[in-house]
Ligand binder design. Structure first.
Ligand SMILES: *Cc1c(COP(=O)(O)O)cnc(C)c1O
Length: 371
């Protein structure tokens, strides 16, 4: 294990608790776990393995590349590819047993001609656009595409799905209309039905009639969409070790462009992580960190690999643990607070941490500690 002074701590026991609480909450509905974008920054493979152990029914990723990583790590669960597929990927998708999205006759024909050559069947999910306007066939053409796919001996329709655009708020008119349209379509399909799925985290939390046969909560599973009914907790912390300590005089500046000027003689510590790791530069002069159980402000512009913190007259030593997201003592810096300061959403903050920040997995003796 290579030591690195900034890391992300992932508590897999809490993840398993989240999954078991969600499973209890959704009852007999199947659970598909979206783990695109490196499992929302939590680490694709360890999360996939933990999900498999926790009894998740399906995994979902965005693209062939992510699906292929899962298969080469021995993940055997069914996997859906949410994104659009391309002609030159279909062969690999089929060989890796990845279930991919079909949302046009054009893509269906491409898949069929490749299946014909390979003498193998493709497993697909028909994507219907009920209002997201991203990918998906319009409801008005969905039935004919469904029938077309159904007639083919080369295509197996595993699922039919759509995606909610506004389910992160309760009682939303547009979300209700999407659910209603999807339900109407599902009533059209006679005989043996594929798996119908619609709900993202917002759907699971706020719209029980969006469940159908399977739900796809991403952010909720990572602990960030808690409400009184579904108890989940975050299990992601960003930590580092103090790398340097110095005293600066009143009027001296800190960092690039001198964006911070010390209002008095003060103590500065340097933290070894920056925007080159995915720690957003927009936190410059407005973010904060926890050291020795207290909150301190980031001072100066965040650099590519380091940033500075003003600890006033307090004490801190090289090697002290710094919490950038998560808790220390009775203090906490939440992902939501960080996202608000960056004027973005929690999803984006999580996804931007790159491979330079090692993920350290706690409560997990089955596989290696560091990915
Ligand atoms: C990302 C994604 C989800 C999960 O969304 P959350 O908001 O994280 O629950 C579900 N379905 C599709 C198609 C997605 O792309």
């Amino acid at each position: 294990m290579i030591k690195h002074p900034a890391w992300i701590e992932i508590d897999l026991k809490r993840f398993e608790e989240n999954i078991s609480n969600i499973k209890w909450y959704i009852g007999n509905t199947l659970l598909c776990l979206p783990i695109k974008a490196n499992a929302y920054g939590h680490g694709l493979i360890p999360i996939a393995k933990a999900a498999q152990k926790a009894g998740v029914d399906y995994l979902a990723v965005s693209c062939l590349q992510e699906g292929s990583l899962l298969r080469s790590s021995g993940i055997t669960l069914p996997i859906i590819i949410f994104g659009p597929v391309y002609e030159d990927q279909i062969c690999n998708l089929i060989d890796l047993d990845l279930e991919f999205t079909i949302s046009s006759k054009y893509k269906a024909d491409l898949a069929q001609s490749i299946c014909e050559k390979k003498k193998k069947k493709a497993k697909v999910h028909l994507k219907i656009d009920t209002g997201m306007r991203r990918i998906g066939v319009r409801i008005s053409s969905a039935f004919s595409l469904y029938e077309y796919l159904q007639k083919s001996d080369l295509i197996e329709i595993k699922g039919i799905y759509s995606h909610l655009a506004t389910a992160d708020t309760e009682n939303d008119v547009f979300a209700k209309k999407q659910i209603e349209d999807f339900a109407n379509f599902s009533n059209f399909i006679k005989g043996k039905k594929p798996v119908f799925h619609l709900a993202n985290s917002g759907g699971v939390v706020y719209y029980p009639n969006s469940y159908f046969d399977m739900v796809r909560p991403g952010l909720l599973s990572f602990g960030y969409f808690s409400n009184p009914h579904v108890l989940v907790k975050p299990f992601f912390s960003l930590k580092a070790k103090v790398g340097y300590f110095k005293v600066i005089e009143k009027g001296e500046s800190v960092g690039y462009s001198q964006s911070y000027i010390a209002p008095k003689r003060t103590r500065i510590v340097t933290i070894p992580i920056g925007y080159g790791d995915g720690y957003r530069r927009s936190l410059s002069n407005i973010g904060s960190v926890l050291i020795r159980g207290k909150t301190y402000p980031i001072c100066g512009n965040i650099c590519m690999d380091q940033f500075m913190v003003d600890i006033g007259d307090d004490e801190a030593y090289v090697g002290d643990e710094v919490v950038l997201i998560g808790s220390q003592g009775d203090k906490e810096i939440t992902l939501q607070q960080v996202a608000d300061l960056c004027k973005t959403i929690p999803y984006e903050v999580l996804c931007l941490f790159n491979e330079r920040v090692p993920r350290v997995y706690k409560h997990n003796c089955k596989y290696s500690l560091v990915e």
